[in-house]
Design a protein around this ligand. Structure first.
Ligand SMILES: O=C(O)CCC(=O)C(=O)O
Length: 334
């Protein structure tokens, strides 16, 4: 997830002595997730700190787009097309344990797409067509999910605001080969500050999701499947569905020095950062834990501001909005 415009700069070292999980190069090959899958990478256990030699600059290992000379300015924070590198490193006073070892081109496609000349030439045309198709897919998914919740078909799209007031942004990620994959992550553990995220991944693997089974969580591979998209429930959908749909925590393991680089495209169904559209948990009858709101109402803008201020620190942004009574009674098992 690339957040609101963030400073972009090269670094000469990633500030991590924090233990990191095994890289893909040393992890079990991807296999379909199953409750008993052994293709998991355990949560890292502490290891002694050691002084590391300076690392190569990410900019030296990662192709960085340059101005095309036709008006595309990737570092202009007011632009609908932005470039983001080392996400996490510059947030919260450099308290992030590590950079996310990836570069991202971030394009806001709805409600108003950038003019074609703002879009880098290789993506021009195809990006508009792809975003429109994903938008239609999302519309249908929200209808199906509304029905699955026993609500009117238009509830999530219209009443809960998942489509009404939609801001659809596309994040095209590039995960370069990493010289020290054990020292960082492609993308650190997070859930998405969206209603839904539709993700297209290439064949290189590395995406993992948490199975939140107490007493300990387990990471499972989400292997690429030809022709398939991954759909993540995001935090905002968990909030408006009052915990009945759960956002998924995920991460991306870094690619080892031998590569190949990984490419993925994530489309986020969310609202604009300035949105004052209310996000209200739906309370349905029938008793049980869902007969009362689990979260306080908020706005999409407030939620995003909290999420971005917190950074990808491994904690859920939803905790901030959880009502005290709900916090003391853990949600029932899925
Ligand atoms: O690259 C991926 O597969 C995941 C991307 C992701 O987690 C995100 O954009 O939030």
């Amino acid at each position: 997830w690339p957040p609101s415009p963030a400073p972009t700069a090269s670094v000469t070292s990633t500030p991590s002595t924090t233990p990191r999980p095994a890289s893909r190069a040393s992890s079990t090959p991807a296999s379909p997730p199953s409750p008993t899958s052994s293709a998991t990478t355990p949560t890292p256990s502490p290891s002694p700190r050691r002084r590391r030699p300076p690392r190569p600059s990410l900019s030296s290992t990662s192709p960085r787009p340059t101005s095309t000379g036709d008006g595309w300015s990737p570092r202009d924070v007011a632009s609908k097309v932005r470039f983001n590198s080392n996400f996490g490193l510059f947030r919260n006073g450099f308290r992030s344990p590590a950079a996310n070892w990836r570069d991202t081109m971030f394009v806001e496609m709805f409600p108003e797409a950038p003019s074609p000349e703002e879009i880098p030439p290789p993506c021009r045309g195809v990006l508009e067509v792809y975003a429109a198709a994903v938008r239609r897919l999302g519309e249908r998914l929200f209808e199906l999910l509304s029905e699955a919740l026993g609500l009117p078909v238009g509830y999530l799209g219209r009443d809960a605001g998942c489509m009404d007031g939609l801001s659809l942004s596309v994040a095209a990620h590039y995960y370069p080969a990493c010289p020290e994959p054990e020292a960082t992550m492609g993308a650190t553990k997070h859930s998405d500050p969206s209603f839904l995220t539709v993700l297209l991944q290439d064949t290189s693997g590395g995406l993992q999701a948490v199975l939140p089974r107490p007493p300990e969580e387990r990471w499972v591979d989400v292997p690429p499947v030809a022709g398939a998209l991954v759909v993540n429930v995001g935090d905002l959908l968990q909030l408006v569905s009052n915990d009945r749909l759960r956002s998924v925590e995920h991460r991306v393991l870094p690619t080892g020095a031998a590569g190949p680089a990984r490419v993925s495209v994530a489309c986020f169904f969310r609202h604009a950062y300035a949105s004052t559209r209310p996000c209200v948990p739906v309370v349905v009858g029938g008793g049980g834990a869902r007969a009362a709101a689990v979260y306080r109402s908020t706005t999409a803008g407030e939620f995003l501001a909290h999420y971005n201020g917190k950074g990808l620190d491994g904690r859920s942004a939803l905790d901030h909005f959880r009502l005290p009574a709900a916090a003391s009674s853990p949600p029932p098992p899925l």
